[in-house]
Design a protein around this ligand. Structure first.
Ligand SMILES: [Zn+2]
Length: 303
């Protein structure tokens, strides 16, 4: 979600007021269920008048010159999608799935694996839960939503109908910060754990957005406004964000709080990273200073 929020903030001023001159669909699957012909018809001549994020979706608002109904275009980056503006004279990338010509520039949706979407179908938005950073997501509402579920909390957090936009990286990070075992059944969480997790989710997402997300926007030196967005780290880009992740993708490395080796396990086919000591299911929360002291005294190789 932070990546999408950063992208939305980046694209909003670049697209606002721009009119789509022509529509090129190179991968029909990406715009479905509408036919390529209907997709083209709905968008040709329309002007961008708004862009917002909902969960991991980009929600573009457009208006046709006729002024009838506004058109909503919904984008999802999938695993490998990127959206950016490219000078119209530049050669299109091999995996450009949809290209909207805006005159001197093209808005390009590129996706090497074609899991992403750029579609007129907004039905996915209706199934989303509250925004984790929105006012409607209160600790009380979070507790109510969790109360009924037997699922492991890590798996539950990825359910977009519970909470819109918490992905695999931030679910692991939030659980670590809250000191909650990823395997703990959601309904077995204490009120204190729910409160800590609620706070941790908001903190990790806010920090990631503030930091500019896990992935840098790359302006590729071709002009101030081309704004290439790389979903994934650009070659040679600094590691500055990854260092801020405390457990994600750090299996075998020492926990930043207690020095115990971070473990990886698979839950619902997704990797979970956690510290077996700081996130013990025993639900005991000792002060961090005490945990640190004991870790120093212990054989560091023992897990
Ligand atoms: Zn630890």
């Amino acid at each position: 979600m932070p990546e999408v929020e950063v992208l939305v903030r980046h694209l909003r001023p670049l697209l606002g007021g721009r009119t789509i001159r022509s529509v090129h669909v190179r991968r029909a699957k990406v715009v479905g269920p509408a036919s390529t012909r209907n997709f083209r018809q709905a968008l040709r001549g329309a002007k961008f008048c708004g862009l917002a994020r909902r969960g991991k979706y980009l929600v573009f608002q457009l208006r046709q010159a006729g002024g009838a109904e506004p058109v909503t275009l919904v984008g999802h980056l999938g695993m490998t999608g990127r959206m950016y503006l490219l000078p119209a004279r530049d050669r299109l990338p091999k995996h450009a799935a949809v290209v909207l010509n805006l005159g001197r520039e093209n808005f390009v949706f590129e996706d090497t694996r074609y899991f992403g979407r750029l579609t007129l179908d907004g039905s996915a938005l209706a199934r989303l839960g509250p925004e984790p950073l929105g006012a409607e997501f209160t600790a009380k509402r979070f507790a109510q939503a969790l109360g009924r579920s037997r699922q492991a909390i890590k798996v539950r957090l990825l359910d977009q109908s519970l909470l819109a936009g918490v992905g695999n990286i931030y679910a692991s990070e939030a659980l670590f910060r809250a000191g909650v075992a990823p395997t703990l059944s959601a309904r077995r969480m204490t009120a204190g754990q729910v409160q800590r997790l609620w706070r941790a989710i908001r903190a990790v997402l806010r920090e990631a957005i503030a930091c500019g997300s896990t992935v840098p926007l790359n302006f590729a030196g071709r002009g101030r406004a081309d704004g290439l967005f790389y979903f994934g780290r650009a070659p040679g880009a600094p590691d500055y964000y990854e260092e801020r992740l405390r457990v994600y993708d750090r299996a075998g490395k020492p926990c930043p709080e207690c020095g115990t080796a971070i473990q990886r396990r698979v839950q619902a086919a997704r990797s979970t990273y956690y510290c077996p000591r700081c996130q013990s299911e025993a639900q005991i929360r000792r002060p961090k200073s005490e945990i640190r002291r004991k870790a120093e005294a212990r054989n560091p190789n023992r897990v």
